[in-house]
Design a protein around this ligand. Structure first.
Ligand code: FES
Length: 530
């Protein structure tokens, strides 16, 4: 099997039974904020696009690049389609002219003319743009897990596919927290350091659990070439920066005693055959390292090449003549009428301020959109008018996948992170919203218990059901799920990361006051023996 890196999460995989193009991304994403690092624009995209299969893991725009797909990719390709409960990915691909699909049910092995394939499909409102996925591939010469930026919770299913030779996965941040928030600089650095450490640690846990022979960092970080965002790049291996590059992760793996880490840059080929592996560089290995060893100069040169493009994109954003208040009222109020769980979960008014005098309140409890009248708002966003006009003109139904990931806004909040709010902004169409509402309505906790430290707790994290026997860490009174870093108060089960009651952890002391094991504890021990 031959795996060619196309940059970010993009891979061209030549198997014994056909070629697979995974998550190809070339054009800047999120209002031209994110660029591929290292630059992959020089690749021969026609060569890599005449494939038998296309796999798009999810609809985030650093994985789904409609311009690239439209311009280059063979419409004869069979799409390996994760079986998402919402149809958006299929609809978008059909709009681009793809007609051949193999629907991949989560966790089921699909055999196609000698090729074994399996996806794990993540479907909670918090997973990507309402869905994310990972793909396992086996052609008899090698087995690969393309985890990209998915966070699969069921590792047993992934491991049941077989022993992996290669594991491709994300380790860096891809989120606006904490940089867009109005916080003291020291607080930002402290939150940034925690975020960076959590991302590296989470990836390490996946690496250890999967146990592949070779680990290739992928799916980020992007780089930021606009002068307004340039400081987000990690030029100095700053421990508070949330966008560490591939070399940082490879060094981290080494420090943690994990061997087999392998850097790939655009055009580099990893040949894997029955456990043997060889890397071929498009130029010299030294040149391939240049974006990392002389990063500031590399990114400045890249930014200079992209300057005209960035300026043209900025000029084209405004859609003047849009009455923002009236348009948002007509758009959002019917959605709020459908959103009882989300409205209760947000629990207060949210202020959207444009960078002129316009200020609009989205009042979640009341289900109204109205002009701001000085009331206290638990969240506040400040956004430039042209961006909001563009979102309205394009009827953009996922603002996370456009505005928020662009990092081109400022935010303030009272209290902790509120997941329901961002779920609302990614569900700005009735079908998407109804799906999220249904998911919240059905959410129930796993019945299985485990012991962590001195506590008996439910096995699956109340957030997105990560297996806490792998991802849970406890001190005396706090459980941390290292999947996304959420924390729970063990004596009460209360979530310390969000302020809603929907994410309560079932927990009880492992021993009663008389020192005897509690009933749950005995049950667990019995289960372990059987
Ligand atoms: S699954 Fe997200 S914090 Fe546990």
């Amino acid at each position: 099997m031959q795996i060619t890196c196309l940059g970010h999460a993009g891979f061209h995989i030549e198997s014994r039974y056909g070629t697979i193009l995974c998550d190809p991304w070339k054009n800047p994403a999120y209002f031209d904020s994110w660029f591929v690092f290292p630059d992959n624009s020089g690749l021969d995209w026609n060569r890599y696009s005449q494939v038998d299969f296309l796999y798009v893991s999810h609809l985030h725009r650093d994985h789904f690049d409609p311009a690239l797909l439209s311009e280059h990719v063979s419409r004869d390709a069979i799409v390996l389609l994760p079986d998402f409960p919402v149809n958006d990915l299929r609809d978008q691909l059909e709009r681009l002219g793809f007609t051949r699909f193999i629907v991949m049910p989560s966790g089921k092995v699909v055999e196609h003319e000698g090729l074994r394939l399996m996806t794990q499909v993540l479907t909670s409102p918090a997973d990507g743009p309402l869905g994310d996925s990972a793909l396992a591939i086996d052609d008899g010469s090698a087995t690969v897990l393309d985890q990209n930026d998915a966070r699969p919770a069921d590792l047993d299913v992934l491991r049941s596919f077989g022993h992996y030779d290669v594991h491709l996965l994300q380790y860096s941040g891809a989120i606006w927290w904490p940089w867009t928030y109005e916080l003291p600089a020291a607080a930002k650095r402290s939150f940034g350091a925690a975020k960076r450490a959590n991302g590296l640690d989470r990836a390490l846990r996946y690496v250890k659990a999967i146990g592949a022979q070779y680990v290739v960092p992928s799916a980020g970080p992007a780089c930021f070439l606009d002068e307004d965002l340039f400081a987000l790049n990690d030029l100095t291996r700053d421990p508070a920066n949330t966008f560490p590059d591939q070399t940082v992760f490879l060094d981290y793996l080494n420090e943690q005693g994990v061997s087999g880490g392998q850097l790939l840059t655009p055009g580099a080929v990893l040949e894997v055959n029955h456990g043997h592996c060889e890397v071929r560089w498009p130029t010299s290995a030294e040149q391939a390292m240049q974006p990392f060893t002389d990063k500031a100069r590399y990114l400045r040169g890249y930014a200079a090449r992209m300057r005209d493009r960035i300026a043209a994109a900025e000029r084209s954003r405004a859609a003047s003549g849009v009455d923002v208040g009236a348009e948002l009222k007509a758009w959002f109020e019917p959605l709020l009428g459908l959103a009882s769980h989300i409205r209760a979960g947000v629990g207060g008014p949210v202020l959207l301020r444009l960078d002129d005098d316009c200020a609009i309140v989205i009042d979640f409890p009341a289900g109204e959109v109205r002009p701001f009248a000085g009331e206290s708002c638990r969240y506040e966003f400040t956004v430039s008018r042209p961006l909001i006009e563009r979102l309205i003109a394009d009827h953009e139904t996922d603002w996370v996948n456009s505005l928020f990931l662009s990092m081109r806004f400022r935010a303030r909040r009272i209290g902790p992170y509120n997941e329901y709010l961002y779920t609302f902004f990614k569900c700005l169409a009735p079908d998407r919203l109804m799906y999220a509402e249904g998911w919240y309505a059905e959410q129930n906790h796993d019945e299985e218990d485990i012991q962590v430290g001195d506590w008996i707790i439910q096995r699956r994290c109340p957030h997105l059901r990560a297996d806490l026997s792998r991802f849970g860490e406890s001190d005396d009174a706090t459980l941390t799920c290292t999947m996304h870093g959420w924390q729970f108060d063990l004596p009460t089960g209360r979530c310390l990361t969000t302020d809603t009651d929907s994410y309560r952890l079932r927990s009880s002391p492992a021993r009663a006051e008389d020192g005897e094991p509690q009933r749950e504890c005995r049950r667990l021990e019995a289960a372990k023996q059987s």
